[in-house]
Design a protein around this ligand. Structure first.
Ligand code: GLA
Length: 399
């Protein structure tokens, strides 16, 4: 895609030309140049109407922010900056602010990468989403959190560790990070409301309440989010509503629900999504769509029937030489349908963030097996795909 020379630069160049005309042509030229400068000051007279298409963040202006999950090392990749800063106004670090990266052991915090990320985002005037303070899964929580010597940790010690962690991390970036995924993925995919974990074993549901309280105390101005996957689906949505209601009833400052939005082509749960947007409105919380993508090399069978298709799927890479146009068109149509829905619920939706900048950087090239995937709006060269134009059109034909 070609990036336009900003209008201010165009005008300055035009004025410089007019002045050069004065110097070359004497009085008659000066009169002519004066008239020309007046015209240049009035863009409506001087320029034809702007035919350049809006970017994502411009098209969504007044509806919601447009964000993106980014490599922790974006500051070292200037080739990505033009696409990033032209299209998006909000960024989430992909990994460097997760507890396993920030405090992998009890003996100290690691802020080198998060500090770099935050400095980069500030320099480029991008809002930052902190992700995430508590990832309520055992394999995503540094193991030392749950141990106390050779014993399982007590509730008091675990909550104190969580408080120290949240105070330190949220406090460090107070005023620079304005929203936090406070708890990630606490809902159970099985029969329970909460996923069994070291958190639940030690604290029951109290760890959720405290996480939001500690985050609010550390930065009273930050938007605090409960984030999860598949939480718009009927079954998990009811758990989500119960948990958010419980948090609110107990006075915990939960401000928004994060719907990760890792969808698969032809399987986007539009009805469930709309029901969740309605439920959020009733609960009095905002929605953020936090990690949006539309997988085209469908992954659902990876988990089906006890994993019996995994050997077959591990070799499945149908679009390694490119994605067929008809698939790209279906993806475009479904992205458009999503953004039309989001636009209709803009009173509830605070932000829509994609998960990664372009197809070449998507986690879906590696998860749950290696394949060449095409889930985003920009291809591997950062060029817009059909879905890009479809999303812009959907946003511009807002209701
Ligand atoms: C989840 C997490 C993200 C990221 C993605 C996969 O959705 O919330 O931080 O790890 O998985 O990249």
């Amino acid at each position: 895609m070609s990036w336009r020379v900003p209008r201010a630069v165009q005008l300055a160049k035009a004025k410089a030309k007019a002045v050069a005309t004065v110097l070359r042509t004497g009085v008659a030229g000066a009169v002519f140049a004066f008239v020309l400068c007046r015209l240049i000051q009035d863009p409506a007279q001087a320029d034809p109407p702007d035919a350049t298409p809006a970017t994502l963040k411009d098209a969504a202006h007044g509806l919601f922010d447009i964000g993106v999950g980014l490599s922790d090392r974006i500051a070292e990749h200037p080739a990505d900056w033009p696409l990033l800063t032209t299209q998006f106004n909000c960024v989430t670090p992909e990994n460097c602010m997760k507890p396993a990266a920030v405090q992998p052991t009890a003996d100290g915090f690691r802020f080198e990468l998060p500090d770099q990320f935050v400095a980069f985002a500030h320099e480029h005037k991008l809002r930052i989403v902190g992700h995430c303070l508590v990832w309520a899964k055992d394999d995503r929580t540094p193991p030392w959190f749950f141990r106390d010597g050779d014993q399982a940790v007590s509730k008091e010690v675990l909550l104190q560790r969580m408080k120290t962690y949240i105070d330190t991390v949220v406090g460090r970036y107070r005023g620079r990070i304005d929203s936090w995924d406070v708890v990630n993925e606490a809902l159970d995919d099985g029969p329970n409301d909460l996923r069994p974990s070291g958190w639940v074993t030690a604290c029951g549901d109290e760890f959720l309440v405290r996480a939001f309280e500690y985050a609010h105390a550390a930065d009273p101005d930050a938007l605090l989010i409960y984030n999860d996957y598949n939480n718009e689906l009927s079954g998990k949505r009811e758990k989500l509503i119960r948990v958010v209601r419980m948090l609110k009833d107990r006075g915990a400052p939960v401000h928004a629900i994060g719907l990760q939005g890792h969808y698969e082509l032809d399987q986007i749960p539009f009805k469930d999504l709309e029901a969740t947007l309605v439920a959020a409105r009733e609960l009095g919380v905002k929605i953020v769509v936090s990690e949006l993508d539309i997988d085209v090399v469908l992954r659902g069978r990876w988990w089906a029937d006890g994993g019996k298709y995994r050997d077959e799927l591990a070799k499945y890479d149908p679009y390694r030489d490119g994605c067929p146009p008809e698939i790209l068109q279906r993806q475009a149509d479904q992205y458009a349908q999503l953004f039309k829905l989001f636009a209709r619920y803009a009173d509830v939706i605070d932000r829509v963030s994609f998960w990664n900048l372009h197809d070449g950087q998507s986690w879906l090239n590696y998860f749950p097996w290696n394949r060449v995937n095409h889930p985003l709006l920009f291809d591997r060269q950062g060029k817009p795909k059909p879905a890009y134009g479809a999303v812009i059109d959907a946003l511009q034909s807002r209701p």
